[in-house]
Design a protein around this ligand. Structure first.
Ligand SMILES: *Cc1c(COP(=O)(O)O)cnc(C)c1O
Length: 492
């Protein structure tokens, strides 16, 4: 090849990225570097390191949306530089959030007139939404106790032991005792009867979950409401209900419209839902709506002057992106009831394909229910020689991310694997996953039992091997023991 001109040192075109000095040195990890690097190099280096992350589409651990239409991606990118809190400057964005609140409140059957505006707010996710709902209950209860001249320093919330970690956060951050109804083998949600028994005069609310994180099951909110109505009548209290519909709030209205779990029940005063789960928006949006204005104490609301009009706000943080609000509005009007129903029905059908495929192997007990969030939670029928954690580790080699975790008290001896079915998990992928799980089971059958029992400080490895092998197994056993302990928190 003949070069038309000799490359000079300054000719950057010959400095191929992968021969440049930037990829020859290790990257700073603790201190910000003194000098700048070219943007191409920064992009390439970071992009390459990120290749080692899992593939979000194959991350079956999460309810959170991993695919949206390209048109919506475009809207998101064009609003990526808008700060949501600048309501004066971006009045249309504010208007879109208000429309979303109205639509969601109507979806949950809030007692509203056709054109009446709803009480609610967009949040970063259900966690922030739950903090806000919890604060409203706490303040309302305190105000009432103060007015009655009664002590108001020991508030509590009654929940099932299956609550998501954000409730524990709320309890600790805002000093409310969490009274958890224990689970039992074969029953993995809050028992309404036991919950109502635990209610006392200091209970600020009972939190029911529509779509337990652990197995997708809907708690019986109607029974809870009916039992609580009776107890309230007997005691003179007015203990309310909050529904944590983080995952189920966009499923029940479309798949089970007859199911009464929402504002149709008189004691349900607030509901949260994650826009970024089955609301079908990328991570970063949740919603909380209240039944009536009276359910949100006025002193928690800050009033921002917005184009001469009053814009009430109730959030924990100030600045945040606008893209997710806009994306939520896109989904609501683009899909409508018809579209959401189609997506949810499709998810449920793929859940059935996966569940039947797993049942056919004869190796698993299915722990999830037919009615609920479309997911399959399953455990080994025979875990005497291998565990669910080994399946989770081994399926990762095929690219799939399927978490395994133990159930909360008193069902902690049960371990389950959980596959969440999202919109972008097609039937082909469901069938493919069954084939890959079968392969893993055959591989496990060939392997000696590596089951190790970790109890307290003792770790017993049951296989006799050469010293080297034994040592390696002990190390692996410990690694697994440590990571297993974190695994309950690895689901979201
Ligand atoms: C996911 C989830 C949460 C937390 O929601 P984020 O939107 O991730 O903050 C709370 N409760 C339940 C039942 C959930 O499934």
């Amino acid at each position: 090849m003949v070069l038309s001109h000799a490359a000079s040192d300054s000719d950057v075109s010959v400095h191929s990225t992968f021969a440049s000095r930037y990829v020859r040195t290790s990257l700073p990890r603790f201190k910000m570097p003194e000098n700048s690097i070219p943007k191409e190099a920064a992009y390439q280096i970071i992009n390459d390191e990120l290749m080692l992350d899992g593939n979000p589409r194959l991350n079956l651990a999460s309810f959170v949306t991993t695919w949206m239409e390209p048109e919506c991606d475009k809207l998101i990118m064009s609003s990526i530089n808008k700060n949501y809190v600048d309501m004066d400057e971006y009045p249309v964005t504010t208007e879109l959030q208000n429309r979303c609140v109205n639509m969601i409140a109507h979806l949950f059957n809030a007692p509203l007139g056709e054109t009446e505006t709803a009480v609610g707010v967009g949040t970063v996710g259900s966690s922030e939404a739950i903090m806000l709902a919890g604060l409203a209950f706490k303040r309302k209860w305190q105000n009432k106790r103060k007015a009655e001249g009664k002590p108001f320093d020991k508030p509590n919330i009654v929940t099932g032991a299956n609550v998501q970690v954000c409730w524990e956060k709320f309890a600790r951050y805002f000093e409310v005792e969490l009274k958890e109804v224990k689970l039992s083998e074969g029953y993995y949600v809050m028992d309404p009867e036991k919950a109502v028994e635990m209610v006392d005069e200091n209970t600020i609310c009972v939190a029911a979950i529509l779509g337990s994180t652990l197995n997708g099951e809907f708690e019986d909110v109607k029974l809870l409401n009916d039992l609580l109505v009776i107890k309230n009548k007997e005691t003179g209290w007015d203990t309310p209900i909050h529904v944590d519909a983080a995952s189920g709030g966009f499923i029940a209205p479309f798949l089970y419209p007859e199911l009464e779990w929402d504002f149709r029940l008189p004691l349900v005063k607030s509901i949260n839902v994650s826009g970024h789960k089955y609301g079908l928006v990328y991570a970063g949006i949740g919603w909380v709506v209240w039944r009536n204005k009276e359910d949100l104490p006025e002193e928690l609301i800050f009033h921002i002057n917005y184009l001469g009009a009053d814009q009430p706000t109730f959030t924990l943080n100030f600045s945040k992106g606008s893209s997710q609000v806009i994306a939520q509005y896109y989904q609501l009007i683009r899909l409508g009831h018809e579209g959401y129903r189609n997506v949810m029905e499709n998810c449920r059908e793929n859940m059935v394909v996966l569940r039947e495929g797993l049942e056919k192997t004869g190796r698993f007990n299915i722990v999830s229910k037919d009615e609920g969030v479309p997911l399959v939670a399953f455990s080994l029928k025979d875990s005497s020689s291998h565990t669910e954690f080994e399946i989770s580790d081994m399926i990762r080699r095929y690219g799939w991310i399927v978490p395994a975790y133990t159930m909360p008290p008193n069902a902690q001896h049960i371990t389950v694997l959980r596959v969440v079915i999202r919109e972008d998990f097609s039937r082909t992928l469901a069938e493919r996953l069954v084939i890959d799980i079968e392969k893993v089971m055959r591989e496990l059958d060939e392997l000696p039992s590596r089951k190790s029992e970790a109890n307290g400080d003792n770790l017993m490895v049951t296989v006799k091997k050469s010293d080297m092998e034994k040592q390696r197994e002990v190390i692996n056993g410990w690694k697994k023991f440590v990571s297993d302990r974190k695994k309950t928190n690895g689901i979201c």
